[in-house]
Design a protein around this ligand. Sequence first.
Ligand code: FES
Length: 112
Amino acid sequence: MSANAVTAEEVPVTEEVRPVVRFLQGANLLGQAPLVEGNTLVEHAEDAGVRIPTNCTSGTCGTCMVTLLYGEIPLPEILPPGLDDYLVEECARLGCIGIPNGDVDVDIRPPL
Ligand code: FES
C-alpha cells in the first residue's frame, strides 16, 4: 500500500441530501421538515411544528389552501372541489391532499 492510499474507513461519507419541505409566511421561514414520500403537506407541516388549518381533510373545503412558491406538488387529473383552474394558475395547492415530490417551498397563506 502506498503512503497516500486511503483505506475504506478513511473515505469520507458523503451525507445524503434529503429533499426538504419548507413553510414560509411571506419572507419568514416558519419551519421545515425532511421530505417523507407519500406524506401530505399538512403532515409535513406537523413535522415542522407549523400549523396549517384543516377542516374536511379531503380536498373539498379549501381551508388548507397554501401557495406553492417552489418545487412540485402534483395535482390530481380531476381537480378536487377545493381548487379550480384559476386558483391553480395562482399556484394554490391544498395541504390536506397535496403530496410534495421533492424540495418544496410553500407560503402557508392562500394566493388570493
Ligand atoms: S381541509 Fe378541506 S380542502 Fe383541505
